[in-house]
Design a protein around this ligand. Structure first.
Ligand code: DP6
Length: 340
């Protein structure tokens, strides 16, 4: 392999949506039907190193992508190369070849989308390694095209993904609503099933959009929920955010149930935990749940209630493991090496 010009390593955290993204108006560009609001979750993270090789036509040496120490499977490789191609086109460096090494320090069992933190870390590392000065907004647009939710992982704290109006998607990116220090929430992640999902979120989302009669109602609901969620975050209004987040999660699953064929990710443990969270809240424990495209449940609470929530969640039949997280910071450069 030719000599690297520069390399950089970036850490990005996954994110968990409170007002969900479910449905695309453009499948190729990952343009959503509506905006969404998420929380960046640390200390879990993806560390990605990008090395740019600049001498020699890239066709002779394709990009090399290592994921958790092994060569990435074909699907992942394609997705990464596509984002790198978009990056190269934007930067005007068509011949540069990339070497990418990415490690997740959270178990895939957590049911958190590592594609979100992975795509955010990838575009920021490509930017830093090459010495480019793309803004976080431009990087968010690029990460979005790798994985929609990836656009939100460039920022820390509470983040909104703006739907945008343009056909080219340049106005569909994430913005920071409030930093992690604004509201130190924590999250207990209850693992119900660590196995592969019956349907990928990508396929389930397209299916819901194309076949569910509830999809339009779902989009209307998101538009209605966004201002309230923004306000609840700004005012640290826990109970309002709890009601909006649980409502958004359940309505998203409602839209999936109407798909043909229907999509149902929940298992018995997921449902038991949802009922339990409602009972705990009635008892006065401040907590609320959300679930994504899988059976695992994420329970948010103020940091000081985390021990209690973790202990309660772990005692529910069907919950195999509980992981802890907290509101995390923005994607950041860990190391940058410049060749002399
Ligand atoms: C249920 O961002 O993984 O987690 O754009 O196809 O890569 P693609 O989908 P992805 O979908 C995430 C869906 C969700 C809700 C959310 O994170 O908002």
């Amino acid at each position: 392999m030719s000599k690297p010009l520069r390399e950089a390593t970036v850490l990005a955290h996954p994110n968990i949506a409170l007002i969900k993204y479910w449905g695309k108006r453009d499948d190729r560009l990952n343009l959503p039907c509506a905006g969404s609001i998420a929380v960046t979750v640390g200390p879990l993270g993806t560390r990605t190193r990008v090395r740019w090789h600049v001498d020699g036509p890239r066709t002779k040496a394709p990009d090399r992508v290592l994921l958790n120490g092994s060569l990435a499977d074909e699907g992942t490789q394609k997705r990464v190369v596509r984002v790198l191609d978009l990056f190269r086109a934007r930067a005007g460096v068509h011949d540069w070849q990339a070497e990418v090494e990415s490690e997740n320090d959270f178990p895939t069992a957590a049911g958190l989308a590592s594609s979100a933190s992975g795509m955010a870390a990838l575009v920021m590392a490509a930017n830093e390694a090459g010495g480019f000065r793309f803004s976080r907004q431009a990087l968010s647009v690029l990460a979005r095209q790798g994985s929609g939710s990836g656009c939100r992982s460039l920022h820390g704290g509470f983040v909104e993904w703006l739907k945008g109006e343009r056909e080219d998607g340049e106005d569909s990116h994430a913005v920071a609503l409030a930093p992690a220090s604004h509201w130190p929430l924590a999250v207990a992640i209850g693992v119900v099933d660590a196995g592969p999902k019956p349907v990928s979120s990508r396929d389930a989302m397209v299916r819901t959009f194309q076949t569910s009669p509830y999809h339009t109602g779902w989009v209307t609901r998101v538009e209605r929920d966004l201002p309230g969620a923004r306000r609840a975050v700004a005012e640290r209004d826990f109970l309002t955010l709890a009601a909006l987040a649980e409502g958004s999660c359940l309505a998203m699953f409602g839209s999936m149930l109407g798909a043909v064929p229907p999509v149902l990710y929940w298992q018995a443990g997921s449902v038991a935990a949802m009922h339990a969270v409602w009972a705990w809240r009635r008892e006065g424990v401040p907590c609320f749940f959300t679930l994504d495209a899988g059976p695992n449940i994420k329970v948010f609470c103020p940091a000081e209630a985390l021990d209690e929530v973790v202990a309660r969640l772990a005692a529910i039949p069907g919950i195999r493991q509980v992981l802890r997280g907290q509101v995390g910071g923005p994607a950041q450069v860990l190391e940058q090496v410049e060749q002399t």
